[in-house]
Design a protein around this ligand. Sequence first.
Ligand SMILES: Cc1cc2nc3c(=O)[nH]c(=O)nc-3n(C[C@H](O)[C@H](O)[C@H](O)COP(=O)(O)O)c2cc1C
Length: 224
Amino acid sequence: MRALVIHESLYGNTRAIAEAIALGLAEVRPDVDVRVLSAAQVVGPPAVALADPDLLVVGCPTHAWHMSSVRSRTAQMAKDRREAPDRDHAPDAEGPGVRELLELIPGAPGVHAAAFDTRLGSRFSGGAARGLARALRKAGAVPVGRPEGFIVTGLTGPLRAGELDRARAWGRELAAVLAGSARDAGPLAARRHGPSSRRMRTRRGEGRSTTAKPPAAKTDSAPT
Ligand SMILES: Cc1cc2nc3c(=O)[nH]c(=O)nc-3n(C[C@H](O)[C@H](O)[C@H](O)COP(=O)(O)O)c2cc1C
């Protein structure tokens, strides 16, 4: 069994959340091959086949209340070069992102997918995850869990205290998708579109989740 946690990230915070989610998944399902990849790595070339994984978890930063894009990232990077040349950017910050990844989803109809974003903490901040979840569904994925937002304390971060733990806990909840058992989903199961939905129940009986020691999730990108 395989799970891919795919991120788009300009300053590295969304990537850090992706890694924490992967740890949570691996914690509950040490038997599952959990990989963390940037959207650019998946889009390629060569593109990674998305029909194979049992679960996709996809996340990006919130830019202008919505999903980030190649355009929003490259514009911000140009601004940073002018105004804050010391600012570091995540690997693949200039590459394709989740919008380009969405074009691959029709090649994997019915794949289970969950969406997350990073965003500022204000109630006026908006968030990308809901639109991303909608786009994943429109492209043919089966949404699982409720879209989740993780809070950064400023444009470049850092993440608010406790957000990595929350991401890891969310990963543990998502592991219920792989376990095929809504009983293991915790709060996720109670939510709309959660693993207790009809489509999720089609995966029941594939196995049970465990609380075994977490193996490290594999990250295929270079450290920030
Ligand atoms: C061009 C731009 C627009 C942004 N717009 C928003 C926004 O509308 N709402 C919000 O909550 N955060 C906004 N942010 C802050 C991002 O949410 C923050 O930079 C991101 O979560 C950091 O994630 P990253 O380190 O993975 O890039 C914006 C950031 C940039 C660079």
